[in-house]
Design a protein around this ligand. Structure first.
Ligand code: ASP
Length: 346
């Protein structure tokens, strides 16, 4: 019988970093360091094939090209591998996980991103457990099918839906939070899958890979006293297509007419404004307060409980793939791969 095959893809990140003796800073090293430091990988009953990016990167250098490379590798190995584990820096892991969740439609295999806070060569590393358990989960089957057919992030005993996480700690091993969606699995002595929260609706369909991304987008985090010059400078950028507006509380923003007129003008120029909350958890609810009612009236869209990471990558994906603005707006108001929960108020 053929052994289960898992593809391990190394993109870079702390997990594979070493100290540069000249500068004392951490920089990514080649993949052989990881395999040497995790001899346990050879004890798996599965076949583990590995691919390393030629020049591994600190994830602050991640861009659309890296996402494209990842979906192409997954596409090429989709029929021969049962699951995929991507080793990636934690800093932008939430963006990559979100982007992949939109670029890979009808997944029926696990794509799990993981990494570590301490390099794999350090005695107290958290990387070993993260890699080993990610592989174990990626290979898990139920009724002959992948248990978690989604793009996920595994970190410190929790498996999360990838487009729901945010990096929340630079220090703790528990580096990610998914405040608006429960973990898909929790890991202790046993791996406990949260079946009712895993999306099985795309199973038995053909994988479709989307490769077009448009980066004419911006994130604007509001703060009390934000100046009109800043707003105008942003909204006057030529070719700007969409802005993720990070608002206060349940989607609130200044109610003065100068602010609202600037947003109104931007919408008239067909710039999409997507309202997401600055809060760590909860949802936008435009209309609950007077300070958000007018946003709704002028055509600002609700991001509901989406993270800023998922919002910006969803926009890049939709603007890349779709011509028609009403198709884009329709998709923004709905969930593509479990990235938002539509509340009943809007
Ligand atoms: N700067 C590193 C990166 O994101 C941090 C990490 O991997 O945890 O690549």
């Amino acid at each position: 019988m053929q052994r289960t095959k898992i593809l391990l893809i190394y993109t870079g990140g702390t997990i594979g970093m070493m100290q540069n003796p000249e500068t004392n800073s951490l920089l990514p090293f080649d993949f052989s360091q990881i395999v040497t430091h995790v001899p346990e990988l050879q004890r798996f009953d599965y076949e583990i094939e590995s691919i390393s990016f030629e020049s591994p990167v600190d994830s602050s250098d991640v861009n659309q090209e890296l996402w494209l490379k990842l979906v192409e590798i997954i596409g090429e190995h989709y029929d021969t591998c049962e699951g995929f584990v991507i080793l990636h820096g934690t800093d932008t892991m939430a963006y990559t996980a979100s982007a992949l969740s939109f670029m890979l439609e009808n997944l029926d295999k696990s794509v799990i991103l993981t990494g570590s806070q301490l390099p794999i060569g350090v005695l107290r590393t958290d990387g070993k457990e993260n890699i080993i358990t990610s592989i174990e989960i990626a290979a898990s089957k139920r009724f002959g099918k992948s248990v978690v057919p989604e793009v996920c992030v595994y970190f410190e005993n929790n498996l999360y839906r990838g487009n729901r996480v945010t990096k929340s700690s630079t220090e703790g091993f528990n580096a990610f939070q998914s405040n608006n969606y429960p973990p898909l699995a929790t890991v202790g002595v046993h791996i406990n899958f949260n079946y009712s929260h895993i999306n099985y609706s795309k199973q038995n369909r053909h994988l479709k890979i989307y490769k077009k991304l448009n980066n004419q987008v911006a994130i604007l985090k509001l703060f009390p006293g934000i100046s009109l010059e800043v707003l105008n400078a942003l909204f006057n950028i030529e070719n700007l297509r969409a802005v993720v507006l990070e608002t206060f509380g349940a989607g609130n923003a200044p109610s003065n007419s100068l602010f609202l007129d600037t947003i109104k003008k931007a919408i008239k120029k067909r710039i999409i404004i997507l309202n997401v909350t600055q809060c760590k958890s909860g949802s936008v609810n435009m209309g609950q307060y007077d300070t958000s009612r007018e946003l709704l009236n002028i055509g600002v869209l609700s991001g509901f409980d989406i993270t800023a990471e998922a919002a910006v990558t969803k926009l890049m994906h939709l603007l890349g793939e779709k011509e028609n603005i009403s198709d884009i707006i329709y998709e923004l108001k709905n969930s593509i791969s479990g990235e938002l929960t539509i509340n009943t108020y809007q």
